[in-house]
Design a protein around this ligand. Structure first.
Ligand code: ZN
Length: 374
């Protein structure tokens, strides 16, 4: 009897689980539209495996990325920090990359060769990606490692400058050594988002020094455990606007700084890149004046996976909500605009509250609205 109860309980729990899965409006795979002139590549370029201080074999990283619908990942093992080396001796620092490439060969997932230069602050930790060989990057002096990265034509970004392991106040600071690296062309990007942290100070450093804005998972355990994908969560990623879907184009896009970071529901990017993404993500589908009213029903379609939070900047008021509008991901939202007169066309202007383009500054969005019912 007890056994039967347990079986029924298990069955119930299982059904409950299925029910939750079915409640998802869209799947786990991350979706953002291509933007004007570019392919939007979904990238996580800071990841660990057992080949440094991560807990999993590279095959798990490849499968996680495929499940998340990513275009590209980089396994960026710490060059200098190898806590598993007694159990997994591997003098070849390229090994996790080589395994990942083999494991991903029957998929669309691209793998970029990378390594994490792991130093005390300054300069702290940095990822060198698009390198040719990780082994010669293992140097005594940090500067030599950065120079070797440059010799290999790498794109180098500063990792978690906000990490309390190296900055007790959690505030990213640019040291003379960083200024030196930037002026010598040895540092090209900075993580504004790492794991579960967001740094306004890092964003300012990025904008002031024309560094590429980056966001990464820096995952060591499992993506599912850290980011609760079963409950609709997602890892932080960098959207890179690339001319083509290739590793060469990805590097060109990163070097040119064409990125927007997606973290929880937040988007972070330089204004011109954010505008590209907003224009591609939010489309006016339909504009009608139903009945004899002068209330325009404006249907806005969100083609992205993020929920947009818009604040009305026009003098118009809305029929059924205040000045804040939520546009749900991958769906349509109707805004009822009281235009007083029936207008053939007009502009809606919004501040996009979840789209940050500078510290405490949000993107602006203008939607041109033209009647579709006459
Ligand atoms: Zn790392």
């Amino acid at each position: 009897m007890k056994k039967l109860t347990l079986t029924l309980l298990l069955l119930f729990v299982t059904l409950l689980g299925f029910g939750q899965n079915h409640n998802h409006a869209f799947g786990r795979k991350i979706n953002f539209p291509n933007v004007e002139g570019y392919v939007t590549l979904k990238a996580d370029l800071h990841i660990h495996t057992v080949f440094s201080d991560g807990s999993v074999w590279p095959d798990i990283r490849v499968q996680e990325a495929i499940r998340d619908g990513l275009d590209v990942i980089s396994l960026t093992e710490h060059l200098e920090y190898q806590p598993h080396s007694a159990d997994i001796p591997h003098p070849n620092r390229n090994r996790s990359y080589e395994l990942a490439v083999r494991l991903a060969r029957n998929s669309n997932l691209m793998i970029v060769r990378g390594s994490e230069i792991t130093r005390s602050m300054p300069p702290g930790h940095s990822n060198a990606i698009f390198i040719e060989d990780a082994n010669p990057m293992l140097k005594e002096e940090a500067m030599e490692a950065f120079q070797e990265a440059k010799n290999q034509n790498a794109f180098v970004f500063w990792n978690h400058p906000t990490w309390t392991g190296q900055e007790k106040d959690g505030i990213a600071k640019l040291y003379d050594l960083h200024r030196d690296l930037i002026s010598k062309g040895l540092l090209h990007g900075i993580e504004v988002v790492n794991m579960d942290t967001y740094s306004e100070e890092a964003l300012k450093i990025a904008l002031d020094n024309n560094l590429t804005i980056m966001g990464t998972s820096d995952v060591h355990g499992l993506i599912d455990w850290d980011y609760e994908t079963q409950h609709g969560g997602h890892r932080p990623i960098t959207l890179v606007f690339s001319k083509e879907r290739s590793i060469e184009s990805l590097q060109e896009g990163l070097t040119a700084g064409r990125t927007v970071v997606w973290y929880n529901n937040l988007l972070v990017g330089k204004e011109e890149n954010m505008n590209l993404l907003l224009d591609a993500s939010l489309k006016v589908e339909k504009v009608e004046y139903p009945g004899n009213t002068s209330i325009a029903h404006v249907t806005i379609k969100n083609l992205s996976d993020t929920e947009f939070e818009l604040r009305n900047l026009t003098d118009f008021s809305f029929y059924d909500m205040a000045d804040l509008v939520k546009i749900k991901p991958q769906s349509e939202t109707v805004i009822k605009v009281k235009t007083k007169d029936i207008l053939s066309d007009f502009d809606l202007e919004f501040e996009v509250m979840n789209a940050v383009i500078a510290p405490k500054a949000h993107a602006k969005l203008t939607l041109h609205v033209a009647r579709t019912d006459n």
